[in-house]
Design a protein around this ligand. Structure first.
Ligand SMILES: Cc1cc2nc3c(=O)[nH]c(=O)nc-3n(C[C@H](O)[C@H](O)[C@H](O)COP(=O)(O)O)c2cc1C
Length: 340
């Protein structure tokens, strides 16, 4: 039975952030009463090894839905092979003033300017350790910087989160592409990125030596970067032997939704209007990245066809967010059934 057919009309009558909060509360209650099996797709797909980690399947939940790490096992029960929690910053922060989340229903899209609302790395790691119990998939921890931290000190925030997340995460995602923290995307400038990523690579080597465990890290990039910059970034990622690239985050472009309600809201646009652009970025990455560096494709995946496009363009794994909001858990079942 597709519960989402019943719950979606109710959720969509609420403002998007209340709907999100209610859903997360519902998922936590399901975990508490051990009712997660109700979410099960009853189907599995081929496992795949990426970044040296065995993923139970290619379908992951993208960052931003579970920002606190509270709902991993309930979300995992939907069939996801991986859950990326975050973005998490060193200190807790409230994010931007509300309203900051908008549905663009006409195009099955969302605009968000949440601004990294999260409980801070220490609380998030406690949540993750508890809520991942029972989840047999892969847990990624997506890290960023606090709003109050100047870009010149951004590296300190990433390092703090990296060190703390390392013992808990299966992989770490370094988010330098959110449009909702002023200046964050400047970290994608190749020279700035080099300083940050080489420092994180050094730290990774140190932590590996100390712990005897290698935790890979992926870099998450925006769709709003031009071809030349992608080439330069690929040179850097190849030189530093970055473990994976996640493409893409949301876009600041409104080209695809001009004239529609909420189109003029500031923030990042996600969902079907960004599918083509993010697939183009994946295709460019797959030309310029060393074949040993996997790409995780995300942006507008809402069907088997759109997921296959990402894989055809060069993605090894795909992630979803907005598609899940519009289609519900049956989307995950459909993607698993296709055994991508
Ligand atoms: C409400 C919302 C919040 C998000 N928050 C984050 C975040 O905190 N960190 C991050 O890396 N990406 C975040 N994203 C971006 C998604 O992870 C994903 O890259 C993007 O939405 C494109 O995928 P989609 O079209 O399937 O949603 C967020 C997206 C949405 C819709």
């Amino acid at each position: 039975m597709d519960f989402y057919k019943i719950t979606r009309p109710i959720l969509f009558r609420l403002d998007p952030e209340s709907a999100h909060r209610l859903t997360m509360t519902g998922l936590r209650i399901m975990t508490r009463f051990k009712a997660e099996s109700l979410l099960s797709p009853g189907i599995s797909a081929e496992p795949i090894e990426v970044m040296g980690i065995k993923f139970p399947n290619r379908i992951g939940l993208a960052a931003g839905l579970d920002k606190s790490g509270n709902c991993i096992s309930a979300l995992g029960a939907m069939g996801f092979g991986s859950i990326e929690v975050g973005t998490i910053t060193p200190l807790a922060q409230d994010g931007n003033p509300k309203p900051r989340l908008f549905r663009v229903k006409e195009r099955q899209a969302i605009i968000n300017r949440m601004g990294f609302n999260n409980p801070g790395i220490d609380a998030a790691l406690e949540n993750i350790s508890l809520s991942r119990k029972g989840f047999k998939g892969v847990v990624g921890i997506n890290i960023g910087k606090n709003k109050v931290t100047e870009n010149s000190r951004a590296i300190d925030d990433y390092l703090k989160c990296f060190r703390k997340a390392y013992p808990i995460a299966d992989y770490i995602a370094v988010n330098i592409s959110s449009p909702n923290t002023a200046g964050l995307r400047d970290l994608q400038n190749p020279q700035t990125a080099e300083g940050l990523l080489s420092r994180l690579k050094d730290e990774q080597a140190l932590l590996q030596e100390e712990s005897g465990r290698y935790v890979p890290f992926a870099v998450k990039i925006a769709p709003d970067i031009h071809c030349g910059q992608i080439k330069e970034l690929c040179e850097l990622f190849n030189a530093l032997r970055i473990d994976a690239v996640i493409a893409t985050n949301t876009t600041i472009s409104r080209e695809a939704i001009k004239g529609l309600p909420h189109a003029t809201e500031n923030g990042g646009l996600s969902g079907s209007p960004i599918a083509e652009k993010s697939t183009e970025v994946i295709a460019e990455l797959s030309e310029d990245l060393d074949k040993s560096i996997p790409i995780i494709g995300v942006g507008g995946v809402d069907s088997v066809t759109s997921a296959k496009e990402k894989i055809k363009a060069g993605a090894k794994l795909v992630q979803v967010y907005t598609g899940l909001i519009y289609r519900g858990p049956s989307l995950v079942r459909e993607l698993l059934a296709a055994n991508l």
